[in-house]
Structure formats: C-alpha cells, structure tokens
Design a protein around this ligand. Structure first.
Ligand code: AMP
Ligand code: ZN
Length: 468
C-alpha cells in the first residue's frame, strides 16, 4: 500500500513496525462546540484509511483523544481556553460542555458511519501521564520553568520544523487572532507543557502537580495518550492539515525528546474543506454542521459520498449545488442496487477477481477514494450475475460505508424514497442506450425500474413517473 507521508513529502510504500499490524493515532475533537462538516471530512477520510488498511489485510489498533482541556484559541498556546469559552457561551460548566459535545460528536460519527475507535480517551482522564511526561522532559533538560509555567525548549533540538521550514510569516499564523507574545518564552516557538499561570482568564479545571495547581497544554495530551495506549512506536498519526504545525510538530518534539528515538513513521494529513468564500468557521458565516444538512433534507450518506468523491489530499470546496449533485448520484446508486435480484445464482469468483483488484488498487494508491467509487460503479457494468454484484457491493461498502444495501432495501420497500431526478436519469440513460443500439443495457434499466415498481409514461409534457 502506498501512502503520502507529510514527513517525507512523498508517496511511500507503507511499512508497519510489526508485520500485519498497524498502530494508528488520531487527534480527536475539541469538544467546546459542534463539529463542523470540515472537521467531519477529516474524520471520514481517517475512517476510510483505517478500513482500507483492514481491507488489504492489516490488523489496525486505533486510538483517539477527546480534547476537553488545554486547547487555547490559538494553537500556539495563547488566547482564551476554548472549553471555557464554550462554557461561558452556554452558561454551563466545562465538564457539562465536554459531555454534551462529546455525545454530539459520537452521534455525528454514528450518522456518517465513522467508526469511533474503541480506545477514545478524554484528556482529563490522563493527567498523571501528562505530569510524568513533563517531569521527564524537565529532567532530561528539554523543558524549563518560567513565570509559573513549564515550556518545551525548542533550541535543544537539532531539527524542530520536521514537516516544513517555516518562516516568521508562518509563525504569525500560529500566533493568530491578535494575541500578544508570551514573554516567559526563551524562544519564540517554545510551547507550553503545563500551565499554572495564564494571563487569560483561568481554567475551571485544575490539578495538583509538582509545579503547582494547573492544567496541561494541548500538545502534551496526544503524545502521552498515544504512548500510553500504543507504546513507543507508532505507525500512522492522522489529523487535518492545520494540525501539522504547530500541534504535530510539537508532539514530535516532545515525544522524541522523551523517547530518545523516532516515534512515528507516517503522518497522514487531510486537506481542508472550505467554503467558496474561504475557511470553514464555527463563529463566522453559516455554521455548517451535519444537523444543519439533515434539517435541509440531506441524508448524511450524501455528505459522506461528497467527501469520498475527492481525494483527501486535495482541498475541497463545499457548495449546496455540489451536494445536490451528489444526492442525485447517491439516489441513482441506491436505485441501481435496489434493482439487482437477490437470488440470481452462485458467486462468480473469476468474474469478481478483476473488480476486486481494481477496488483494492484504488485503496492501495494512497487511499484514492474517488477511484474506489469508480470501481464500485464498474460492478454494475460488469458481465457477472446479480448475486456476484450484490456480494461485491456489500464487500466494498465495508470500506466505503455508504449503507448501500441497507438504504437500497428501503428504496425497494418505499419507491417514493427514490427521487424523481434519479429515475429520470435512468430513463435518459435508457434512451441513450437504445440510441446506441445497446439493447442489453436498455433492457437492464427497464428491469431495474420494473423491480422498483416504477413505470415511466411519455406524455406531451414530458415523461411521467408512476409509482405502484
Ligand atoms: P478541532 O476540533 O478543532 O481540534 O479539529 C478537529 C479536526 O478537524 C482536526 O483534525 C483538524 O485538523 C480538522 N479540521 C479543522 N478544520 C478543518 C477543515 N476546514 N476541513 C477539514 N478538517 C478540518
Ligand atoms: Zn493531537
């Protein structure tokens, strides 16, 4: 399997530390608000990565954190605490906010068929591990105390910028939102491991530590949680591209300084979902959540398909027009699945082999989900019986997770579940097929519609759809 690795800037042959096994860590959500659909794009693509690894034969052990403490408004450890901001906004305690939005995140994952890792760990449950790690970094001389806080000393590293060489301009992004510099830092790019003093309003949650009552920085939680549950060697670390710097850069700095060896070989970053006028935001413009899309009548599977149609390493622009096109494509896909006959013979191994091969090849090619969707479409066109088609669709859908079989069954039971546009698209395809003298395809489509108890009558006002 080939995977693009942000560390090497190239598509490399993936090799895990232990043959056949993958240890994978995912940065989880900061639970101060609902996830926006950009965040969810990242989780969908990480889900596809995990399921692709399984499809090609790996046993994957995956861990995710839930950030319920320590993430400040700027990723570079300055600004107001995000959780506190959420609590104030809703007149609740930080833990109430954390519980509410963690549950909301799990509900989004359920609706989008994103598998939540069995080991999903709230940061607040691992405070002793963070303290141990910070103490070890102090003991080894990689950290210092200043103004009541503990900082990581980036000048102790031979190489800090492991992903990209940043210049002062890039740093400005790290310290965005007009927040002042922290004068305690020895170097501009040092970062906080443990806070006991913040010049911003204090955290609600604090814990005893050797340095006084305080709370952890954001970056330390991912290093400590990953090492606690996955050990000293990690195969793949994932996140959205904005996490590469400073968050993942800092994770690498502290983890490798602590361990004394390389920590993670492969870094998988998902590019952003943007709106046509720029970055997706939780505070400006329309706050695009999955609930909002559901309210507007979109099935969450349509959003999942919208994401799968693009490669994870390309920025994706969200538009309702794009989503409408995907909704039509999804309905058409369901109609095609619904039209397949269940009891049509034995599974055709030989016929299935090239279809399986092209699906697998797509996944092995840096998780090319759009090519995997093309391989799925190829199943409908293949010269194999319906039983084979249905079995392959079910198999591919273990990775794609578009609920194709399940939702197609609903289409069969309630023909009105399939929208007119999808039916008209099939009718148009049949007309094209007849014109091209492809009578086999034309008959197939006629049978599909018949199986769905749908007939189409030509009237002077255009085709009329009749549902029995
Ligand atoms: P957060 O809850 O802010 O910690 O972010 C959760 C995940 O979403 C992280 O992996 C981020 O890198 C990722 N993310 C943030 N914004 C976007 C976006 N517009 N598109 C895709 N992923 C994003
Ligand atoms: Zn993280």
């Amino acid at each position: 399997m080939k995977l693009y690795n942000t560390l090497t800037h190239s598509k490399d042959e993936f090799v895990s530390n232990e043959p056949g096994k993958v240890k994978m860590y995912t940065c989880g959500p900061t639970v101060y608000h609902f996830a926006h659909i950009g965040n969810l794009r990242t989780y969908i693509m990480e889900d596809i990565l995990e399921k692709s690894l399984e499809y090609v034969g790996y046993d994957v052990k995956r861990v995710m954190n839930i950030t319920d403490v320590g993430h400040l408004s700027s990723d570079a450890d300055t600004g107001e605490d995000k959780m506190l901001k959420g609590a104030k906004r809703e007149h609740k305690t930080v833990m109430e906010i954390a519980k509410y939005y963690t549950d909301a995140f799990f509900e989004d994952c359920r609706a989008l068929n994103i598998r939540v890792p069995a080991t999903t760990i709230p940061a607040t449950s691992c405070i002793p591990e963070f303290i141990t790690l910070v103490q070890a970094l102090l003991d080894k001389g990689y950290a210092y105390e200043a103004g009541g806080n503990i900082y990581f000393d980036t000048s102790k590293l031979d190489e800090y910028y492991v992903f990209n060489k940043h210049d002062a301009e890039d740093l400005e992004t790290g310290v965005r939102e007009g927040v002042e510099e922290d004068s305690n830092k020895r170097n501009k790019i040092d970062f906080v491991l443990w806070f006991t003093k913040s010049k911003f309003e204090d955290q609600e949650l604090k814990w005893e530590s050797p340095w006084g009552l305080g709370y952890p920085g954001w970056h330390i939680e991912c290093s400590a949680i990953s090492m606690k549950y996955l050990g000293e060697y990690l195969d793949i670390h994932c996140g959205g591209i904005d996490n590469a710097f400073p968050h993942h850069t800092n994770e690498i700095a502290q983890s490798e300084s602590y361990l004394g060896h390389k920590w993670c070989n492969n870094w998988f970053h998902v590019l952003h979902l943007n709106t046509s006028d720029g970055k997706m935001s939780k505070s400006k413009g329309e706050f695009l959540t999955l609930s909002l899309l559901k309210e507007k009548g979109y099935d969450p599977m349509v959003y999942r398909l919208f994401c799968l149609q693009s490669h994870y390493r390309k920025a994706l622009v969200f538009s309702y027009e794009g989503l409408d096109n995907t909704a039509a494509a999804y309905n058409k896909l369901l109609a095609r699945v619904a039209a397949l006959k269940k009891d049509d013979g034995e599974f055709d191994e030989a016929g299935a082999a090239p279809l399986r091969a092209s699906f697998r090849e797509a996944l092995e090619n840096d998780v090319n989900s759009s090519l995997a969707i093309t391989a799925l479409y190829d199943v409908f066109k293949a010269e194999v019986n319906d039983a084979t088609k249905l079995a392959l669709i079910a198999e591919f859908d273990k990775v794609l997770s578009l609920s194709l079989i399940e939702n197609a069954a609903k289409v069969k039971d309630e023909p009105e579940a399939i929208d007119d546009d999808a039916i008209l698209a099939l009718v148009a395809e049949r007309a094209e097929a007849r014109k091209a003298k492809n009578f086999k395809r034309a008959d197939e489509i006629r049978d599909m519609l018949k199986n769905m108890n749908i007939t189409v009558e030509d009237t002077p006002n255009g085709p009329k759809i009749i549902r029995k």
